[in-house]
Design a binder for this molecule. Structure first.
Ligand code: SAM
Length: 197
């Protein structure tokens, strides 16, 4: 794959700036971030040059690594690291002193058991005070936030994905992390900001 035919996500182009504005604020004291499920690598390529005080570690299943590398090749900054293999439910937690974790649009793709494990792994491995930023569609108190999310959830189920998770179940799985913020984002998404206490 060359940098000219790299995979492209329009959703990432649409949401990268609103997400960045949250990350700029909540990761202001962070030294090293682990991104779970980097996908195309577009988010990492946009965020890392703008968050030069921290190191951004990309990760995903091996089949996405070429895409991520092709996006990273466009961004020659030293604080953006090539992808490591990390599949929740398959691999151990990656080595590295991560004081924050970021993931976007992965929780509803994963099976519920994998989403639960992700919450537990993040909670177990973050240091005290560490932050977890989790972006995507979520339900609240058993309700969809929009008809489009209900339709999307139906589509996810048909594709064999785990589907949209309820924030209440994430709160249980995430202990001892506290849910600090539920930030409403464009396109019926939310950024959940967790902190280990
Ligand atoms: C919808 S894509 C989102 C990609 C990117 N974060 C974004 O916002 O565009 C879902 C990503 O989750 C990853 N993923 C799915 N199951 C996973 C698992 N069990 N562990 C880690 N990553 C997983 C996929 O490989 C894919 O990159």
């Amino acid at each position: 794959m060359t940098v000219d035919d790299k995979p492209f996500s329009q959703a990432c182009e649409n949401n990268k700036q609103p997400i960045f504005e949250v990350l700029y604020r909540v990761l202001s004291d962070t030294k090293k971030v682990l991104e779970i499920g980097s996908g195309t690598g577009q988010h990492a390529a946009y965020f890392a040059p703008r968050l030069s005080h921290l190191t951004w570690q990309t990760s995903d299943m091996p089949n996405n690594h070429d895409a991520i590398k092709s996006w990273l090749a466009d961004v020659p900054v030293r604080n953006l690291l090539a992808p490591i293999s990390f599949t929740v439910g398959v691999n151990h937690w990656p080595l590295g002193s991560f004081d924050a974790v970021y993931t976007a649009n992965t929780t509803h793709i994963m099976q519920p058991s994998e989403s639960k494990l992700m919450m537990q792994l993040v909670a177990d491995n973050l240091p005290l005070g560490g932050v977890f930023c989790q972006y995507g569609p979520f339900n609240f108190q058993g309700r969809y936030t929009s008809q489009s999310n209900a339709d999307f959830d139906q589509h996810l189920m048909e594709q064999g994905c785990g589907g949209i998770r309820d924030v209440d179940e994430l709160v249980v799985w995430a202990k001892p992390m506290n849910l600090l913020e539920k930030i409403s984002m464009p396109a019926n998404n939310f950024m959940l900001v967790w902190q280990k206490k």
